[in-house]
Ligand binder design. Structure first.
Ligand code: NDP
Length: 449
């Protein structure tokens, strides 16, 4: 039975790849999910009869559009905008916007596909989507970023809405960009529809803890994982990549729980701080002044900047890749294992390559896949939507308590599902299986659409 199911799953994968050539990140995400749900499909033949997989791998809608804008010198520039609306069986499409020069349709589809399962894991009523542009905000002024955001929204607004599709931030999109996007939506739609975007500023519809949620959530997930082996976060050292939203708040929470984060990075290199990363300085350099990471080392005597080399060669107990996809390969995994890493938590989406994940699992390193470990951001976005709908504002403490509960539930659901489907301790199988069943059951109930 399992071998028939394996053949069936392989045929769905091959057909999806044939129809979407040249999208390696999407193929990688498909492979990871499909591979790990074979035992689920073997136990549920009704999913195969209803063509759940064939429908799930095809986005419900994909929008691509021209985004023209004018830079400060008067030059007209043109980028490409995207919104991939992957699956709405559980609720309105929900997922961030990425502004980065590397963005293409395959990357949007990988992120949108992953988002379906991540959102299902939160237990909330949110479907999966993703969007963005190949726009690169580095080095641009506020007015240029505003004009770009306005142009993006002028096309995208017709596809969005608080009951239709609700974007948030991702790489290159923070509160500043969400503000410009929201302003333009409000102007065009003539509606103060607060729930159309999440990650808004506190004071104009934003929720407490949304900024911190992804990084904090990743550390709560780490805490739950370590507890299954009778260990705690306290006293551990951590190696972190990235210096944006996820990395910064993962470091902050690690420090609050008594661990010490030694590194942070960006696309120019990384810093090692023997005293532990100073979060206030990191925020000042990256969030406020928008400088490169070397400026951190310039201002702190215990830190040094490394332009060449890999952050993963630094010894530490914990690794949290929090920059981008496929940033941690098998050589990096081998270096971390050699240096005694006990747990790896994906703060970013798919930052570890498949062979790196395999090495961690073979070496009994606790490994948390991004769709489970970084779900705190979208979970808190759904809480923002709930507050917008009820016109309430919850305080920081109760919002953080909800985030903590949701992450604990995700951890336990993934842990239990891994046992149920014959892969104890494998959070990849557990997270994919638990999420898939929730989405598949909703699709089954709603007919062939
Ligand atoms: P930010 O834009 O705030 O920060 C991204 C960081 O990663 C920056 O330090 C950036 O450096 C670095 N980075 C980005 N691309 C590359 C690259 N190609 N090579 C090297 N470094 C790179 O993004 P976030 O912190 O929001 O997102 C980080 C990751 O977390 C992404 O994978 C995102 O999808 C994921 N994620 C984010 C969530 C959120 O709530 N924000 C929710 C769930 C997942 P530089 O400035 O030099 O580009």
């Amino acid at each position: 039975m399992q071998s028939d199911t394996k053949n069936y799953v392989a045929s769905v994968y091959e057909e999806a790849v044939r129809r979407s050539p040249g999208e390696p990140e999407f193929h990688q995400a498909l492979h990871e999910v499909l591979d790990s749900i074979v035992p689920v499909l073997a136990q549920h033949p009704e999913y195969e009869r209803a063509g759940i997989l064939e429908r799930l791998v095809e986005p419900e809608r994909q929008v691509m559009f021209r985004v023209p804008w004018q830079d400060d010198s008067g030059l007209v520039r043109v980028n490409r905008g995207y919104r991939v609306q992957f699956n709405s069986a559980l609720g309105p499409y929900k997922g961030g916007l990425r502004f980065h020069s590397s963005v293409n349709l395959g990357i949007m589809k990988f992120l949108g596909f992953e988002q379906i399962f991540k959102n299902a894991l939160t237990g909330q009523g949110i479907g999966g989507g993703k969007g963005g542009s190949d726009f690169d905000p580095h080095g641009l002024g506020d007015a240029e970023v505003m004009r770009f955001c306005q142009s993006w929204m002028t096309e995208a607004y017709r596809h969005l809405g608080d009951y239709t599709d609700v974007p948030a931030g991702d790489i290159g999109v923070g509160t500043r960009e969400i503000g410009y996007l929201f302003g333009q939506y409000r102007r065009i739609a003539n509606r103060h529809e607060a729930g159309v975007l999440t990650g808004k500023g506190i004071g104009w519809g934003g929720a407490q803890v949304r900024t911190e949620a992804t990084g904090y959530g990743a550390v709560y997930f780490l805490k739950s994982m370590l507890e299954t082996r009778g260990e705690s976060v306290e006293g551990k050292t951590a190696i972190i990549s990235g210096s944006g939203n996820v990395a910064t708040y993962a470091i902050e929470k690690l420090h609050q729980l008594g661990a010490r984060a030694l590194t942070a990075s960006d696309s120019t290199g990384y810093v090692i701080d023997s005293e532990g990363i100073d979060v206030a300085l990191l925020k000042q350099v990256k969030e406020v002044e928008r400088l490169r990471i070397s400026a951190y080392a310039d201002r702190r005597s215990s830190a040094r900047f490394v332009a060449q080399g890999r952050v993963w060669e630094t010894p530490g107990d914990i690794a949290i890749p929090a920059a981008t996809q496929n940033e941690l390969g098998s050589d990096d995994a081998a270096a971390l294992i050699r240096n005694g890493v006990v747990a790896v938590v994906e703060g970013a989406n798919m930052p570890c390559t498949p062979d790196a994940v395999e090495l961690f699992q073979e070496s009994s390193v606790l490994f948390a896949p991004g769709k489970a470990a970084n779900a705190g951001g979208v979970a808190t976005s759904a809480l923002e939507m709930a507050q917008n709908a009820s016109r309430e504002n919850w305080d920081f403490e109760s919002s953080e308590a909800r985030l903590r509960d949701i992450i604990c539930q995700i951890h336990d659901a993934a842990f239990d599902a891994a046992e149920r489907y014959g892969a104890p301790g494998d959070y990849v199988v557990g997270a994919n299986a638990a999420a898939f069943v929730r989405v598949a059951d909703a699709m089954l109930a709603q007919g062939i659409i």
